[in-house]
Ligand binder design. Sequence first.
Ligand code: HEM
Length: 158
Amino acid sequence: MNDVILARALHVLGVVIWIGGVAMATMVVLPAVRRGDLGNDRMRSFQAIEHRFIWIARTAVLVVGLSGLYMIVRLDIWDRFHMAAFWWMHAMVIVWLIFAFVLFIGEPFILHRFFPQWAHKQPDTAFAALHRVHWVLLGLSVITILGAVAGVHGWSLF
Ligand code: HEM
């Protein structure tokens, strides 16, 4: 079972780095960028930070997904996906799928193509929308983390 313990440790480490980064971006970086505290060129200051974090987040997402899948296979807990009490298992997969889409498809193909023009024309609206999306993703992640830790340790809603 040492392999499952290692997978769990890597899973939690990945979640800490990834969602910790999302929390930092949402609660610290984006408010500072929106106020112009990091310079008048908001797009440039945002990209300088995002560009460095994106590969860290992509790596963490892969580690979390692979370690999670490994635990499901080794513990043979597929049947949890048929039980409402394990809503947090569904939540983990949904949050993972959303972020995987955003980081691997949305960021290179949508954000990089359309956001700079939008931010150039309507910077306030564009950054406010970007900030809102971050809050929604952070909210979903926090609910998932609370549900998963509580669920793993036996707490149940139903
Ligand atoms: C494909 C995606 C994912 C899979 C397959 C997966 C799978 C798992 C599994 C099998 C466990 C162990 C359950 C148990 O021991 O009863 C677990 C625990 C956990 N997962 Fe995930 N997970 C995924 C994504 C995520 C995401 C996106 C988050 C956070 C937003 C997350 C946060 C957690 C947490 C906090 C725990 C509890 C760790 C503990 O207290 O021991 N997981 N996950």
